[in-house]
Every structure is written in structure tokens, then in C-alpha cells.
Ligand binder design. Structure first.
Ligand SMILES: O=C(O)[C@@H](CO)OP(=O)(O)O
Ligand SMILES: [Mn+2]
Ligand SMILES: [Mn+2]
Length: 558
């Protein structure tokens, strides 16, 4: 059913539940459930609204899975993330995600037989192969072991000169871990050199300061990367990448390292991108690669002065935006996330409003709709983006735009122009990633206040609310041993967890429009994010398509 031509879009009416209720769908980003201790910012923060929803357990509040296999990731040790979380929430089915698809393509060798690899390998004879991406084993945007296999595979297939442009992490993995990842990569590159391949690290920088911006929040981030990777220019020059990262870490953490280039003994950059070269962006996840992909691929580009636009062959690890066909060439086909609940509902006349601030805007639109940008039907949909603050780490502004998002949703609800009002409230996640516990407590309080604004509006119009989250983050801010005790580093400092978690997330339903007798079923104990779409379709008065994961709710006679 890949092509929409053969799909029957008409949804069956729900036998009991009515149509026409306003449904508010609230996704708290990075809001999991964990034991209530001092490192659980959601517990520490005053969150009266979320607390009162929890009182509705088990009929109106429960936990659902948001990590690992439940969201299409390779293993149960993989924490959830926004891409796979919102994909599952919106699509109502579990798709093997980028991480897994790349694993399979590398294991079978199919990655080297595809059009994308053939396309770039045409440059191997005369040009350099550049690999740009996030260097960690976080598994959210990329994975080191995949990079290692790709390096090996490409050199076995004729790549003679390879340059790696690294982006240090510290967000999906512990801050400080980038030194170890760079050392590992350097060892691999040394082995390749022993085998006659001229392979080196050429440039680097921290993911949040260099290259990996998203949703066009701050093009300067991408420009810094461009200058280092393509032009070979950066404020910091080193002859060795391990040394670079160690030195720059004195003033910044891994996520925010300034851009640097590796130079030779004559101070000349060892790996600018020039005519005739091949480039692969090795992240599988889309959102933070789209901007660079545009800069590399678009002829007409006015977001910053590229100075020099090399004639290259460029391929993404995946195609990052199916609608924009960006990039044109890619090594692995992305998951085909079709027939999303958003598309079904709009095609059945459900008027939809979606809103977040820039840094999460694509989550409730692009990811929600199966990595597809744009409207299904502009007559029935309105997507509102509230500009995020630019150039700050969010611990200095932990309230972010939560209240503004709440107010926009409230206005959309009270206008009665929409049947579904969908938001992402970013605070738990974005502030949780900074590792600043006090700020994250403030963030959670603000998120709770935003939920209240929306629920109050739903009360006024007789609607229904669904409150859930895409994965954990703010509920646990420390690294722990197997028995859950916080871990300390060798200097006795608490090991702060900046990443997401593997914890389940809450889901709550309620509101005056919820029909009598609606409650969570108890026969879907392993329910996860993918079960939410069918649930929401029911609340709009429809039955979900057969192949959707089952609904979480039932209607019992009183
Ligand atoms: O910031 C991001 O890119 C990821 C973490 O790498 O977070 P989220 O999945 O919540 O967007
Ligand atoms: Mn998220
Ligand atoms: Mn996150």
C-alpha cells in the first residue's frame, strides 16, 4: 500500500464514540516515569496538573513504552528519541527505523550495491571521500560502529583518500566521552593508513554549535560547519584531533565545542571539500542533517554565503526528507512511513492545528506525519511555529516558549475552528539535555503550567485531552549502576545524564467530552507510543485501520 493511489482513506465510524469533539493532543518532550528521588526533576518540580492526571490511574492514566523495539529501534537497550517517538505516535505502527535499516544494509553488504554508494564511488579514483556526522555510540542520530563499517567498506571498494569531519556529542552520551570516541576513530584511521589508505580526521566541532541545528533555528550553526568542513577554515587549528578535543573541552562541553580544523605542518587544512570529491553525511536521523543537506545540494541557496560551492557527489546515509527528496542520493532507503493518522484524519475532514516552538516544530509536523514536510490539506490544517530563542543553552531560559505554546493551543481550541489541537512542549527534554538539574526543575514546572492552560480550554469547550510524552529525559538526570544507585566519576563528581532514557512515559485521557465508560483497557499491557494513534482516532469517532497497533481504550457500559 505504498502509493496513496490504492489506499482507501475512508475511516470506519466508531460504533459508540461520537465525532466532533475537540481533542487536544499534548506531547511532553522528554517526560518519563521514574522513581521519585532528588535526580528526578519531574518529581522535584511542582507539577500539580500532571500529578492530578495520575490520580486517574489505571482507567484514565497509564504508562506506555517509548524505547527499543516499541519504537522500531534495534535493541531494548536503545533509548527513545523524538524522531522515532513522534513517528510511532503519528503513524500508529512500528517501523524499522533508520538505525536498524542501516545495520541491516551494512551487515548484508547491500549498502554497497545501492545507487547511492555507486554514485559516490565514481569519485574514489580521483577525489576524496568525506564523511560528516555525529561521533558517538548514542544511536539517536548515528552510531560509531556504523561509521567504522562504512570506513572499512568504502576503503575496500576503492576509496583511497578519506577525510572524516566529526561532530562531538555529549547529548546522547556522557559529556566528556568524545575524547574516547575520537581516540577510537584515530586508531581505525591509523589502521587504514597502514593498509595504504590516506585516511584522517579533517575537522570537528560540538553538535549544538557546529552543523547540527534543526528546523532552521540558527543557520550560523551550519555556516560554522561549512567553513570548517568545506572551506577548511576555523578559529582553532590543531594537528591532532584528540588534542583538539581535549584542549577545547577546557572551555566548553562536548555538545558546544567550537569548530576546529586539522592542519599539516604548514598550517594548511588537511581536508577541505573540493571539486571532484564525494561527501556522505553518515547520520541516519533526519532533522539535524536537513540544513547541511540543503547547503550541500541546493544550487539556489541564500541562507549564508557559502563562498565556494564545490562540485561534489553527495549522498546521505538516508534520504532525510521524502517530500523534498533531500538529498537526492542516499545509501539506505528510509523507512516508508505511510498512511499516518494525521493524513487519515485530515482526509476524513478532521481540522487540525499543530504547534510548537522552532526547536520542536518539526516533531509535531514533520516527524508526526512520517518525515514529510508540508500540509496534507491546507484548507483543513494550520501549523504554527513559535520562534525559539537562538544562540543560548536552554538552562538559561528553562521556561522556553511553553506558555506561549499553551496559549496558542488554547486560542486554537477556543476558536472552535479545529477538531484536533496538537502540541509539543519541549522543556523537559531541551533543558534536561543541558544536564542542569535546577534549571530542569524549572522547566518541568513550566511544562506543567502549559498543560494546565490547554486542559482548561478543553474544559471550556467540552472537549477531550490526551497527554503523553515521546520518551524519557527529565525524570532521571544521573547515570546509575544496575541497582539504580547514582554513579560518581573518579573525582567524586556525580555523573550527570544529559541523554534520554529507556523509561516508559505516561498517557492520560480526560475532559468533559470523553464519553461515559471510556477507559484504558487492561489487555494491552505492553502498549507503546504506536498504540496512541488508534486511541486518538477513536476519540475523534473513528476506528483505526486494521493494521494499526490496537487502541488503548475501551468503552464499558455503566
Ligand atoms: O536533540 C536531539 O537531537 C535529540 C537528542 O540527540 O533529542 P530529541 O530526540 O528529543 O529531539
Ligand atoms: Mn523528544
Ligand atoms: Mn531530546
Amino acid at each position: 500500500m505504498g502509493s496513496s493511489g490504492q489506499v482507501s482513506w475512508k475511516l470506519e465510524d466508531h460504533p459508540i464514540l461520537p465525532k466532533g469533539k475537540t481533542v487536544a493532543l499534548i506531547v511532553l518532550d522528554g517526560w518519563g516515569e521514574y522513581k521519585p528521588d532528588e535526580y528526578n526533576c519531574i518529581h522535584v518540580a511542582p507539577t500539580p496538573t500532571m500529578d492530578s492526571l495520575k490520580q486517574g490511574a489505571p482507567e484514565k492514566w497509564r504508562l506506555i513504552k517509548a524505547h527499543g523495539n516499541a519504537v522500531g529501534l534495534p535493541t531494548e537497550d536503545d533509548m527513545g528519541n523524538s524522531e522515532v517517538g513522534h513517528n510511532a505516535l503519528g503513524a500508529g505502527r512500528i517501523f524499522a527505523q533508520g538505525a536498524k535499516l542501516v545495520d541491516l544494509a551494512l551487515a548484508s553488504g547491500k549498502i554497497y550495491e545501492g545507487e547511492g554508494f555507486k554514485y559516490i564511488s565514481e569519485c574514489f579514483e580521483k577525489g576524496t571521500l568525506h564523511l560528516i556526522g555525529l561521533l558517538s555510540d548514542g544511536g539517536v542520530h548515528s552510531r560509531l560502529d556504523q561509521l567504522q563499517l562504512l570506513l572499512k567498506g568504502a576503503s575496500e571498494r576503492g576509496a583511497k583518500r578519506i577525510r572524516v569531519h566529526i561532530l562531538t556529542d555529549g547529548r546522547d552520551v556522557l559529556d566528556g566521552s568524545s575524547v574516547g570516541f575520537v581516540e577510537t576513530l584515530e586508531n581505525d584511521l591509523a589502521k587504514l593508513r597502514d593498509g595504504g589508505v590516506d585516511a584522517r580526521i579533517a575537522s570537528g566541532g560540538g553538535r549544538m554549535y557546529v552543523t547540527m541545528d534543526r528546523y532552521e533555528n540558527d543557520w550560523d550553526v551550519v555556516k560554522r560547519g561549512w567553513d570548517a568542513q568545506v572551506l577548511g577554515e576555523a578559529p582553532h587549528k590543531f594537528t591532532n584531533a584528540v588534542e583538539a578535543v581535549k584542549k577545547l573541552r577546557e572551555n566548553a562541553n562536548d555538545q558546544y565545542l567550537p569548530p576546529f580544523v586539522i592542519v599539516d605542518e604548514n598550517e594548511k587544512a588537511v581536508g577541505p571539500i573540493v571539486d571532484g570529491d564525494a561527501v556522505v553525511t553518515f547520520n541516519f536521523r533526519a532533522d539535524r542533517m536537513v540544513m547541511l543537506a540543503k547547503a550541500l545540494e541546493y544550487q539556489d541557496f541564500d541562507k549564508f554565503d557559502r563562498v565556494r560551492v564545490p562540485k561534489i557527489r553527495y549522498a546521505g546515509m538516508l534520504q532525510y526528507d521524502g517530500e523534498l527528496k533531500l538529498p537526492n542520493h542516499y545509501l539506505v532507503s528510509p523507512p516508508e512511513i505511510d498512511r499516518t493518522s494525521g493524513e487519515y484524519l485530515v482526509r476524513n475532514g478532521v481540522r487540525t492545528f499543530a504547534c510548537s516552538e522552532t526547536v520542536k516544530f518539526g516533531h509535531v509536523t514533520f516527524f508526526w506525519n512520517g518525515n514529510r514536510s508540508g500540509y496534507f490539506n491546507p484548507e483543513l490544517e494550520e501549523y504554527v511555529e513559535i520562534p525559539s530563542d537562538v544562540g543560548i543553552t536552554f538552562n538559561v531560559q528553562p521556561k522556553m516558549k511553553a506558555l506561549e505554546i499553551g496559549e496558542k493551543a488554547r486560542d486554537a481550541i477556543l476558536s472552535r475552528k479545529f477538531d484536533q489541537v496538537r502540541v509539543n512542549i519541549p522543556n523537559g527534554d531541551m533543558v534536561g539535555h543541558t544536564g542542569d538539574i535546577q534549571a530542569t526543575v524549572v522547566a518541568c514546572k513550566a511544562a506543567d503550567e502549559a498543560v494546565k492552560i490547554i486542559i482548561d480550554a478543553i474544559e471550556q469547550v467540552g472537549g477531550i485531552y490526551v497527554v503523553t510524552a515521546d520518551h524519557g529525559n527529565a525524570e532521571d538526570m544521573v547515570k546509575r549502576n544496575k541497582s539504580g544507585q547514582p554513579l560518581f566519576d573518579k573525582n567524586g563528581n556525580l555523573q550527570i545524564l544529559t541523554s534520554h532514557t529507556c523509561q516508559p512515559v505516561p498517557i492520560a485521557i480526560g475532559g468533559p467530552g470523553l464519553a461515559p465508560g471510556v477507559r484504558f483497557r487492561n489487555d494491552v499491557p505492553n502498549g507503546g507510543l504506536a498504540n496512541v494513534a488508534a486511541t486518538v482516532m477513536n476519540l475523534h469517532g473513528y476506528v483505526a485501520p486494521n493494521d494499526y497497533e490496537p487502541t488503548l481504550i475501551e468503552v464499558v457500559k455503566n
